[in-house]
Design a protein. Sequence first.
Length: 83
Amino acid sequence: MLRLNLYATSHCHLCEQAETLLVNLTAQYDINWQVIEITEDSDLLESYGLKIPVIKRLDNNAEITWPFTDVEIKEFITVANHA
């Protein structure tokens, strides 16, 4: 199972779109993900504040930043050593 973090913040319509894309892909791929609220951590807020939503693979720390499509997420999660 591939574990992912979705770096986001509440009341972010782009983050909601990214979460919907992940929900739809969960039915097709063996992925597990969690939303990480960046406003609760000053380091995360500094790192991701202008980039959210960001999806991060926990196996290799690769990241994909918005804008992305479901096709781009599929490629991101299926390439073994995506970096």
